[in-house]
Design a protein around this ligand. Structure first.
Ligand SMILES: Nc1ncnc2c1ncn2[C@@H]1O[C@H](COP(=O)(O)OP(=O)(O)OP(=O)(O)O)[C@@H](O)[C@H]1O
Ligand SMILES: [Mg+2]
Length: 221
């Protein structure tokens, strides 16, 4: 379970403190697919960066399974517990899709696995990337295929929390639908906590719980 408790995030603008997030609390449970919506510039990327441990709040707490996320354990959190998917730039272009997945498995300490490459192919197959595509350079895959590989990476990392920032922003409607289905599967079948920031109402409607970021805090829609 991921909890945010009364978090604030601000930056200094001359003598003023400008708050982007304020008095913001929410709970994210496992096996649930969440979306976060809100107008451009309201602080969604900022909030998700805090959840992913890429940045730290000025005050308040982020608690993962009862344990506070602190500076001293943030690196471990980023490595083992959370996976991040962006709108683009999720892959190393000069590696094949399967090597992108293998790289993450290696990073996350899966060295002990007997046949890691077979497992990587299998994970890719599960998200709709067949072997012939898995062997292609990431630079030769379409946007939708790249997002599938990004999702495969998130599965391979074994992280229990998956956060994504506008993952379907560059995709057409049918491809977006397919990616949404995969996010849903990540939460419902793999029991992950999945949190997706989106501008898309269609995507938001398909989530189990939708939060709106309004007045610097999250409100359940
Ligand atoms: N360190 C910073 N210094 C100054 N302004 C910042 C800083 N970080 C974020 N901002 C501002 O905070 C606001 C929130 O930005 P953020 O990127 O989180 O919005 P967003 O909801 O993700 O927007 P979009 O939907 O367009 O992606 C913006 O006005 C941004 O310019
Ligand atoms: Mg953003």
């Amino acid at each position: 379970m991921l909890e945010i408790k009364n978090i604030e995030y601000c930056y200094k603008d001359g003598d003023h403190k400008r708050y982007i997030i304020k008095n913001c609390s929410a709970t994210f449970n496992e096996s649930i697919f969440y979306t976060i919506v809100g107008p451009s510039g309201c602080g969604k990327t900022t909030l998700i960066s805090l959840l992913a441990g890429l940045d730290q709040q000025n005050s308040g707490e982020i608690v993962i399974n009862g344990k506070k996320l602190l500076k001293k354990n943030i690196e471990k959190y980023r490595k083992n517990e959370v996976a991040i998917i962006f709108q683009q730039y999720n892959l190393i272009k000069y590696l094949s899709a399967v090597d992108n997945v293998l790289y993450i498995m290696h990073e996350c300490g899966s060295k002990k696995l007997k046949n890691p490459k077979d497992i990587a192919y299998k994970i890719l197959e599960n998200v709709g990337i067949v072997k012939s595509k898995a062997d292609r350079y990431a630079s030769n895959l379409s946007g939708g295929e790249c997002q599938r590989v990004a999702i495969a990476k998130a599965i391979a990392s074994n992280a229990n929390i998956i956060v994504a920032d506008e993952p379907t922003g560059n995709l057409d409607e049918d491809t977006s639908d397919e990616i949404i289905r995969l996010f849903k599967e990540l939460s419902h079948t793999y029991n992950k906590t999945v949190i997706v920031v989106t501008h898309s109402n269609t995507l938001a409607k398909k989530s189990d719980v939708c939060y709106r970021l309004v007045n610097k805090k999250l409100e359940e829609v």
